[in-house]
Design a protein around this ligand. Structure first.
Ligand SMILES: Cc1ncc(C[n+]2csc(CCOP(=O)(O)OP(=O)(O)O)c2C)c(N)n1
Ligand SMILES: [Mg+2]
Length: 667
């Protein structure tokens, strides 16, 4: 029997895709059929991976950013020997299947990141290539390239139209991430039709201008041309590579190829039959002949590659035992042994010193610095506001194109690109990213934060300039609804600390968490008050009793977060002077508090007692906690240009207002 041709191998992808989408009566056949030849060359000729161990640290990363064409990656995983059966493929888009509509991290072995929101997979891949370069700089030694892999990413027209891809491409070019190889599926089609009318860019020229190596005008159906493009890309010494491949969407379908209708609907039973005829594929649906499966199977190759690396790593471990242990710890995502002791020492320092008047971002910076000093896996960064968010710490050193030994990325003014790159770093493993920008611009990056939560990635988003307290910059820079929006993301953990101790717990919890965290720190000063050691446990629960008047049941409960602890502390004093029994509650993390059992929440909020909540932001979030008489003081309009204190007065977020509301409730 003759061995199958490359076209035969690629056709296996085409027909698995066409048949599965036809059977599911839903899905996107066009992309997989169009990119099948490219994928075949990459996976059978270049990709270093071991289907038996999808977590091997030194595997090449493969990201399909045009995630709507998910049948491409599912077919590739199935054919090359991952744990993905034909039945799994047939369950495409069904509840709880291993082949959901778009690729999702954690559901399918071999899927490196969740894609579908166009452009972000590309930015994730930039983050992965960054991680490879950074870990290589830290861990590789002469003769021991233990971190040495490529990151491949497939993008379509849609990904390249998205701004987030431009942001990430620009930074990838500036950083010279030469082991990043992107493939552009230039098929001239997106959902609305031929893209020329809305995407007439000279993409090759654009990427060259961004500092990329570009292999242009490749025929995406010519295996030899594709192979030489990948070989050229691998040789690039100081630039990432974009391979521009001209392809035909839905390749092989005699009546539908090249047309937008093949993008997102089944071909139709008749057209699938005609495509079989056209491509000479006379096998039944879902059947791939043994010799073609054999041609794809990467288990032996993969085992050999990983064994080779295992030997390298064994030698490395002998020669550099401490580095090897550190490398293993980092890849396992474990914290340094001394982490808890450092946290405890910081807590003791804070509890043992007199509270001082300071901007809340300063307290956050101090505790973060102390933790980061002990954590080489932490890679910080900022979207060009490192000095004002205080993301830059005394432990920070810049990463530049020629020196990746530092621990801080200057992302430039690219909030979305930064956040999506952070997701890529976290998904890669070995690094724990934090990145910062002004809270009001979290909206720019919101979908990446959402995906971090969907993927359960450990990433820390540090947002400062948290409210109208920002002052003179005016309403464009004064967040009001952003915390509400972030807290609304399922699984999101948002801290708005009102003290250094709360900030310490926030950072500790963020570094320990499987999932993203937003730490919202104020530029303005926080209240000056002393914590008791007992508060620590309560902070860990997201909310706790901060103060309680002597003598039993409170008449009124005042709840605040962040800088508004100042208002409730002052109001509490005034109300006590008026003879009221007052309880003050701090809820630095409302989502965490809401996740506690009902008994704890009721106990802290003294269920049924009138309550006044205060936060200088959209009040909507807090009504969920109002289980009895009460009110929420917040900001439900845009701010204005003035000093912070003036704005707090203008918008009536003052201790006097809290007192008045409390007295109103008490009748
Ligand atoms: C951010 C985002 N916006 C919109 C969509 C919906 N969408 C899915 S595919 C697509 C068109 C993509 O065109 P292209 O990348 O050229 O894909 P092709 O049809 O060529 O496979 C759109 C608009 C999306 N998935 N993500
Ligand atoms: Mg297209």
């Amino acid at each position: 029997m003759t061995s199958p041709s490359r076209r035969d191998l690629a056709n296996a992808i085409r027909f698995l895709t066409a048949d599965v989408v036809q059977q599911a009566s839903s899905g996107h056949p066009g992309t997989a059929m169009g990119m099948a030849d490219i994928a075949e060359v990459l996976w059978n000729g270049f990709l270093k991976h071991n289907p038996a161990n999808p977590k091997w640290s030194n595997r090449d990363r493969f990201v399909q950013s045009n995630g709507h064409g998910s049948m491409l990656i599912y077919s590739l995983l199935h054919l090359s020997g991952y744990d993905l059966t034909v039945q799994d493929l047939r369950d495409h888009r069904k509840l709880h299947s291993k082949t959901p509509g778009h690729p999702e991290l954690g559901i399918t072995d071999g899927v490196e990141t969740t894609t579908g929101p166009l452009g972000q997979g590309f930015a994730n891949a930039v983050g992965m290539a960054f991680a490879e370069r950074k870990l290589a700089a830290e861990f590789n030694r002469d003769g021991f390239p233990i971190v040495d892999h490529f990151t491949y990413v497939f993008v379509g027209d849609g990904c390249l139209m998205e701004g987030v891809a431009q942001e990430a491409a620009s930074l990838a070019g500036s950083l010279g991430l030469n082991k990043l190889i992107a493939v552009y599926d230039d098929n001239n089609i997106s959902i609305d039709g031929e893209v020329g009318a809305w995407f007439a860019d000279d993409t090759a020229a654009r990427f060259r201008a961004l500092g990329w190596n570009v292999v242009a005008d490749v025929d995406g159906h010519d295996s030899a041309a594709i192979a030489s493009a990948f070989a050229a890309a691998q040789r690039s010494q100081d630039k990432p590579t974009l391979i521009c491949c001209k392809t035909i969407i839905g390749f092989g379908s005699p009546n539908k190829q090249g047309k937008e209708e093949v993008h997102g609907s089944p071909l139709g039973v008749e057209e699938v039959a005609l495509t079989r005829k056209n491509l000479g594929w006379d096998h039944p649906a879902f059947f791939v002949p043994a010799e073609i499966l054999q041609g794809w199977n990467a288990l032996a190759k993969g085992a050999a590659a990983e064994n080779h690396w295992n030997e390298l790593f064994a030698g490395y471990s002998k020669r550099y035992p401490e580095l090897a242990a550190e490398f293993s710890r980092r890849n396992a995502g474990e914290l340094p042994k001394e982490f808890d002791a450092v946290v405890a020492a910081e807590a003791a320092r804070i509890l043992g010193s007199d509270p001082a008047k300071q901007p809340l971002r300063k307290g956050s910076n101090r505790v973060a610095t102390r933790l980061i000093e002990t954590m080489p896996e932490v890679v910080g960064g900022s979207a060009d506001v490192s000095v004002s968010t205080l993301a830059w710490t005394s432990a920070s050193r810049s990463i530049t194109k020629n020196d990746f030994t530092g621990n801080f990325v200057h992302y430039g003014v690219r909030e979305f690109g930064m956040s999506a790159m952070m997701n890529g770093m976290a998904a890669h493993g070995g690094l724990l990213p934090y990145g910062s920008c002004y809270l009001v611009f979290s909206d720019y990056s919101r979908n990446a934060v959402r995906l971090a939560s969907l993927m359960g990635l450990r990433a820390v988003f540090l947002y400062t300039h948290d409210s109208i307290g920002v002052g003179e910059d005016g309403p464009t820079h004064q967040p009001c609804e952003q915390m509400l929006a972030l807290r609304a993301i399922p699984g999101m953990s948002l801290w708005r600390p009102g003290s250094e101790l709360e900030a310490l717990v926030a950072w500790e919890a963020a570094f320990k968490r499987k999932g993203p965290t937003a730490i919202v720190a104020a530029r303005q000063e926080g209240a000056v008050f002393a914590h008791e050691p007992g508060h620590l446990a309560g902070i860990h629960k997201g909310g706790y009793v901060l103060r309680q008047s002597a003598g039993g049941k409170p008449d009124i409960v005042l709840v605040g977060t962040g800088s508004e602890l100042a208002q409730i502390l002052a109001a509490g004093e005034q109300l006590e002077q008026q003879g009221k029994s007052v309880r003050l509650v701090s809820i630095p993390n409302g989502n965490l508090f809401a996740a506690q059992d009902r008994a704890y929440q009721d106990e802290v909020l003294a269920f049924g007692t009138p309550a006044v909540f205060v936060e200088a932001a959209s009040p909507l979030y807090w009504y969920q906690f109002l289980k009895g008489p009460g009110t929420v003081i917040g900001v439900d309009r845009f701010g204005e240009s003035a000093t912070g204190p003036e704005l707090y007065r203008l918008l009536n977020i003052t201790a006097e207002r809290v007192v008045a509301e409390a007295n109103g409730l008490l009748g």
